[in-house]
Design a protein around this ligand. Structure first.
Ligand SMILES: O=C(CO)[C@H](O)[C@H](O)COP(=O)(O)O
Length: 231
């Protein structure tokens, strides 16, 4: 089963609740929530107050991607604000195992995020605490960048690790991709092993002219491409 997670980084912040309602009604599975601190990444976005404000607007899982350093301090705030999934970058944590435990103890699903230059071995000794592995296919900090093609081989390597772990443990870890995902490359990305797709500018950019049917058509087109790949 594939999940499509529009990133609200590219939404119209002046009408955020409405934007979320519209993408979910158009078939989005998760809402991807990008948190940037102007320290770990050179941009500043939204925090727990905004997460709390959108929580009543939708039943869809809120997938919080922390691009902040340090991470532990802010994890309980996002859990209280209604996050369902919380992911962070291994370089931003003093103690990866403890940060993952903190997320899970607060009732959320936990994940690690890998920048294009971050090696996958960070996941090896914490598989039992991982619910999601998120590979960045752009360098984090901004929406609307181009998909880095080398991510496809990294996805295959992550898929092999996740499948080997599932065969041993019976636990399925999700493999999410984030950055430059579009209608014309989503099938290739799915074939490389991703099952959860963050798409910001592809989805919200399509609705910028105010036509509410645009979200339906772009999410429908993403799903049609995924249907060509199969389950
Ligand atoms: O984490 C991010 C940037 O750091 C964004 O989620 C990502 O870039 C999605 O935007 P787009 O689909 O426009 O590339």
């Amino acid at each position: 089963m594939y999940r499509i997670a529009p990133s609200i980084l590219s939404a119209d912040f002046a009408r955020l609740g409405e934007e979320i309602t519209r993408v979910v009604a158009s078939g989005a599975d998760w809402i991807h929530f990008d948190v940037m601190d102007n320290h770990y990444v050179p941009n500043l976005t939204i925090g727990p107050l905004v997460c709390e404000a959108i929580r009543p607007v939708t039943q869809a899982p809120i997938d919080v991607h922390l691009m902040v350093k340090p991470v532990d301090r802010i994890i309980p705030d996002f859990a209280r604000a209604g996050a369902d999934v919380i992911t962070f970058h291994p370089e931003a944590s003093e103690h990866i195992d403890r940060s993952l435990g903190l997320i899970r103890d607060s009732g959320c699903r936990a994940g690690l995020v890998f920048n294009p230059a971050t090696p996958l071995h960070y996941m090896d000794h914490v598989m039992d605490k991982l619910d999601v592995v998120l590979l960045m296919s752009v360098n984090p900090g901004f929406g609307g960048q181009k998909f880095i093609p080398e991510t496809l081989s990294k996805l295959r390597a992550a898929r092999d690790r996740i499948d080997a772990y599932a065969a041993k443990s019976g636990r399925r870890i999700l493999l999410e991709i984030d950055g430059g995902v579009k209608v014309d490359n989503i099938a290739e990305i799915a074939r490389a092993g991703a099952d959860t797709f963050v798409a910001g500018s592809a989805v919200f950019g399509a609705g910028r002219d105010g036509d509410p049917n645009r979200y339906d058509s772009v999410i429908g087109a993403l799903r049609a491409e995924l249907a060509r790949v199969g389950a």
